[in-house]
Write a protein that binds this ligand. Sequence first.
Ligand SMILES: Cc1cc2nc3c(=O)[nH]c(=O)nc-3n(C[C@H](O)[C@H](O)[C@H](O)COP(=O)(O)OP(=O)(O)OC[C@H]3O[C@@H](n4cnc5c(N)ncnc54)[C@H](O)[C@@H]3O)c2cc1C
Ligand code: FES
Length: 263
Amino acid sequence: MSKIVIENVSVVKKKKLTPDCFAITVAPFSKVKSIRPGQFVHLQIPNCNLFFRRAFSVYSVNTEEKSLEILFKVFGRGTAAMASLKKGNRLSLLGPLGSSFRKPKKNELIGLIAGGVGFPPIYYLSRFLIENGFDPKKLFFFYGGRGRSDLIELARLKKLGLNSVLVTEDGSLGIKGLVTSAVEKWFLENKGSKVVYSCGPEGMLKAVDQLAQQYNIPGQISLEAPMPCGVGICLGCIKPLKSGGYTRVCKEGPIFEIGEIIL
Ligand SMILES: Cc1cc2nc3c(=O)[nH]c(=O)nc-3n(C[C@H](O)[C@H](O)[C@H](O)COP(=O)(O)OP(=O)(O)OC[C@H]3O[C@@H](n4cnc5c(N)ncnc54)[C@H](O)[C@@H]3O)c2cc1C
Ligand code: FES
C-alpha cells in the first residue's frame, strides 16, 4: 500500500456538468501514480469553516501532470463551497486512502454497476481495466438514475467503447425501471463466469449485494459513510460485518466483498 501524504494542491480545472454537479482537477499530487480505482482522497475545503475534511472518490488521474480529478454533487456546506472554488485556489489533500477494487479474472464478464455519485469510481475502474488490456466488449456498464438528468458524463463513458446499459426509473433515458432489473436480465442471458463491481446509493448497493448472492456471482461494492478522520482512528465510519463485529469504511474499505457487510 502506498504511503498516505497530506499535500497542498491547486485547482487546475473546474467544469460545471449540471446545475449541482461539478468536476474539478487538482495538482500537483506526488502520489498520483500509486492511486488505484476505488481509492479516495480527503479534502480540507477552504472558505467554509468546516472542521472535518470531506471524502471523494478519485474519478481520473493524469500521471504526467500529477493531477487527479474528482466529480462531485452539491449536498451540503462543504460541497457548496467546493462548487465555488476557482482555478488557482489551494486546498489540502490527504490520500490516497482506503482499499481498491481487485482485478477481475481474464475469462470473466465484468458487470460495472453505478448510480448517482457512485459513477466516478466505477468509471475509473472501467478505464483502468481497458488501459490494462481488458477487452471493452467484456465490460458491461449499468448506469442507473431516477431520470435523464442523473446520468452524467455519457459522452465520456461512450468513448471507452464498452457495452453501456442506461436505466432510468422514469424511463426518460434508456430502459425504464431499476438498474438491478437490467443486471438480473444480464445474469440470466449470459452463461459463464461473471463478476460485478458497484457503487451508488445504499439502497441500490443493498439490492446489488442481494442479487449477486442470489445468483452466486462474486464481486465488490464501494461503500460511503460519514468520515470524520478518514484514516481509521475515530471509528465514525464503522459498518457491521456479516461474520460479526464491525469494520471501518475508511481503512478496511471503502471496497468490500459482496455479502461481507450488513447493509
Ligand atoms: C469513500 C467516499 C467517497 C465519496 N465519493 C464521492 C464522490 O466521488 N462524489 C461525491 O459527490 N460525493 C462523494 N462522497 C460523498 C461526499 O463525501 C459527501 O457528499 C460530502 O462529504 C458532503 O459534504 P457536505 O459538507 O457538502 O455535506 P454535509 O453538510 O456534511 O451533509 C449534507 C447531508 O448529506 C449527508 N451526508 C454527508 N456525507 C454523507 C455520506 N458520506 N454518506 C451519507 N450521507 C452523507 C449528511 O448527513 C447531510 O444530511 C463520498 C463519500 C465517501 C465516504
Ligand atoms: S473516518 Fe475515522 S475511523 Fe473511519
